[in-house]
Design a protein around this ligand. Structure first.
Ligand SMILES: [Zn+2]
Length: 255
């Protein structure tokens, strides 16, 4: 799939704003889903003082900069993740538009990227990959494989490839985790990673699963060895969250 012409400036600005608003919503998901909280109620509030956020504290990207990363009410520090996710999704919306154009294809590609961002950030922060992303995401991927021809999304896998992708992705990681536990007596991979690769497989198709897994394992190994070299509190036995590497592998292999 070749890149399309870049969007004209006004449309680019709208896409950027749209992407940053999606990022703002993803931040709510990343914070609340691992804690088992509703993503709809209560309305946006400060995690520290629990007060509802005024309008000026709810503007994607701008509020973080204007408030200098602190709650306007209690002064608690706002994690930089809020800004990075909003900026990342704004850029992703532009890049996706350039790659696949407008319409339902843009929606499907962005939805997949949203799932990856939530899974990676939630695992990094809490060690939990929400089932709402992995399990429901697998069902959405499989359902989309039936609708893709009607939506003219030629690159989406067929229902058979999508189902096989979920089974291969989940199955390979489940067998790896079981083998690791049998040999070492320790848990190396979590059940969340197994379900996440099943979700990725349902969107990507079985043929891409080996490549995604290889890139993820390589990136994870390089990062793990690098961290063990530079940080005294990290050794090669320290468990690292694997979801960010799975998501990176999926993005690199698909885009
Ligand atoms: Zn506050």
């Amino acid at each position: 799939m070749g890149a399309l012409a870049p969007p004209e400036p006004f449309r680019a600005l709208l896409l950027f704003l749209f992407g940053s608003c999606i990022g703002s919503f993803l931040n709510v998901c990343i914070t609340r889903l691992p804690a088992g909280e509703s993503i709809l109620v209560p309305a946006s509030h400060c995690r520290s003082c629990k007060a509802p956020l005024p309008f000026r504290a709810n503007l994607p990207l701008i509020s973080y900069l204007l408030l200098r990363a602190h709650c306007a009410l209690c002064g608690a520090r706002i994690p930089v993740r809020y800004f990075l996710v909003e900026l990342g999704m704004a850029v992703a919306a532009l890049a996706c538009y350039r790659r696949v154009g407008p319409g339902s294809r843009l929606g499907v590609h962005l939805a997949f990227i949203c799932a990856l961002v939530v899974a990676a950030a939630a695992d990094l922060e809490t060690g939990i990959i929400p089932d709402a992303v992995s399990v429901y995401g697998t069902a959405v991927g499989f359902a989309l494989s039936w609708c893709a021809p009607a939506l003219s999304i030629e690159e989406f896998p067929s229902p058979g490839d999508s189902l096989l992708g979920a089974l291969c992705g989940g199955g390979v990681l489940w067998a790896t985790a079981a083998g690791y536990r049998a040999v070492t007596g320790r848990d190396g991979l979590g059940g969340g990673d197994v379900k996440l690769l099943a979700m990725i497989g349902s969107f990507a198709g079985w043929e891409r699963v080996p490549g995604i897994l290889a890139v993820s394992a390589l990136a994870g190994s390089v990062c793990g060895i690098g961290l063990a070299c530079v940080r005294k509190d990290v050794s090669l036995r320290t468990p690292l969250p694997f979801a960010p590497f799975l998501c990176l592998g999926a993005l690199l292999c698909l885009y």
